[in-house]
Design a protein around this ligand. Structure first.
Ligand SMILES: [Zn+2]
Length: 192
């Protein structure tokens, strides 16, 4: 089982929705089973960002520095499946990662985060528990309730839908609260 704070979970979910229908992703750091750091990475795939998530050599360096700075262990990469099921693809499994974190966007307003453990060619689902930043459990992936859109207000959802439409028209997504020139949505939690 993995634990992630609500704040960090929301960063991943907002990124996945803002980038839809392209794939989005990033790096996760933590200790033991607790995710303490999220580092979103812009998709660097040159040709097909709706089917593939790619990052550059420099992103790995950024991730390394992020993990060292916050004294976190590398936990894995997360990425979204905007159209497909949130199960690791053959391509995902070919990367030989112990854990795969996949955002399922079958319902684009209600994305879900899934964790998979890969061992001896076997893929098993791991539970993810979302806790508030105070360490109180507020959401449980297994029970599935409540999800993002139930907690988000109307204005927020409209803004997301607007970004999604812009994406479809071929424009780059603009993250609402972030200066694109200084793109840093990374988050570190002190939750022990
Ligand atoms: Zn994938």
């Amino acid at each position: 089982m993995f634990i992630i704070t609500e704040h960090q979970y929301n960063i991943i979910m907002h990124q996945a929705q803002a980038c839809y229908p392209q794939e989005s992703g990033g790096f996760l750091g933590g200790r033991e089973n607790t995710i303490l750091g999220v580092l979103p990475i812009p998709n660097k795939h040159l040709y097909d960002r709706t089917e593939t998530f790619a990052f550059a050599e420099s992103d790995i360096e950024t991730a390394y520095n992020f993990l060292v700075k916050h004294r976190l262990e590398y936990m894995g990469v997360y990425h979204s499946h905007p159209r497909g099921i949130p199960y690791p693809s053959e391509q995902d499994l070919a990367h030989n990662q112990k854990y795969l974190f996949i955002v399922g966007l079958q319902d684009r307003y209600n994305p879900e985060l899934f964790a998979w453990r890969v061992e001896n060619g076997q893929v098993r689902q791991e539970d993810i528990k979302i806790v508030s930043d105070f360490g109180v459990t507020v959401l449980d992936i297994r029970t599935g309730q409540p999800k993002l859109s139930e907690g988000a207000d109307r204005v927020q959802l409209d803004r997301l839908a607007e970004m999604i439409d812009q994406m479809r028209a071929g424009q780059c997504p603009v993250y609402p609260k972030l200066d694109p020139k200084n793109w840093d949505a990374s988050s570190f939690s002190t939750l022990a």
